[in-house]
Design a binder for this molecule. Structure first.
Ligand code: GRF
Length: 240
């Protein structure tokens, strides 16, 4: 049953509510789930989140950048979202930077951290402060082509099907459990810029979908296989 403090999004105290107990994020789902977005560059994925889930399923309470000149920062400020820069050069080492970053995000009340073109690795101490609550969008069908230059890697390999993955972040490079994936056939692709342009709309729909699913408690761990993430897409029927 729903606890009295929980406002059920579906308007009823149903089976869906009680199933939230083993969902990836905590059972109590506030009206607008507080999330933070980490960026380093252009910020088109941040923009997609600002245009879709922000002030609906989620509230972006903080945007942090590793680069002071990232155009993404202006997108956040335009919507009145708090921003901060955590450049590696300003700290003694990565751990000190991660510690300051995590502290600021927690101060802002973030419960989910979304990496949207964040070009830095996050160490285990950071991840432990946001258990099972850091996600990333990557422009390949993982586990193929992790890390930098995923599209170039895929073109060099000669694949005909490209795609996008949203996954949980663990201590490896693009190795965490997959939440959502979407594929795109591009049998004659040769130019990375064209592939990126074709993948952009997939990224810009898949990442907000994953955030909404998490905000609605519709993402669960498979108790028998920790790699497998169960997603209740029916939770998005009003959005799809
Ligand atoms: C995207 O292609 C994303 O998949 C990757 O970094 C890029 C960020 O682009 N992780 P943007 O800054 O959101 O425009």
């Amino acid at each position: 049953m729903c606890r009295p403090a929980v406002k059920c999004r579906r308007g009823s105290c149903s089976r869906t509510c009680s199933r939230r107990s083993d969902s990836y994020l905590p059972a109590l789902v506030p009206e607008q789930f507080p999330i933070a977005v980490l960026v380093s560059g252009t910020g088109t994925n941040l923009q997609a989140l600002l245009d879709t889930v922000h002030e609906r399923d989620a509230r972006i309470v903080a945007v942090a950048s590793s680069a002071p000149d990232a155009p993404a920062l202006a997108r956040a400020r335009e919507r009145g979202v708090a921003t901060e820069v955590f450049a590696r050069g300003d700290y003694s080492d990565r751990e000190a930077r991660d510690d300051a970053l995590a502290g600021w995000l927690l101060e802002r009340g973030a419960r989910l951290v979304v990496l949207a073109g964040y070009m830095e690795l996050l160490g285990s101490p950071f991840l432990e402060r946001f258990p099972r609550a850091v996600i990333n969008v990557h422009p390949s069908l993982l586990p193929a082509f992790p890390g930098l230059h995923a599209i170039e890697q895929a073109l060099d390999y000669g694949v005909k099907v490209f795609g996008v993955t949203v996954h949980f972040v663990d201590a490896g490079v693009d190795t965490g459990p997959v939440i959502l994936q979407r594929a795109l056939e591009l049998p004659n692709a040769a130019d990375p810029e064209q592939v990126l342009a074709a993948l952009r709309p997939l990224e810009h729909s898949l990442l907000p979908e994953a955030v909404s699913l998490l905000a609605r408690g519709a993402v669960r761990a498979d108790g028998r296989n920790p790699r497998r993430v169960e997603v209740d897409r029916a939770a998005l029927t009003d959005r799809l």
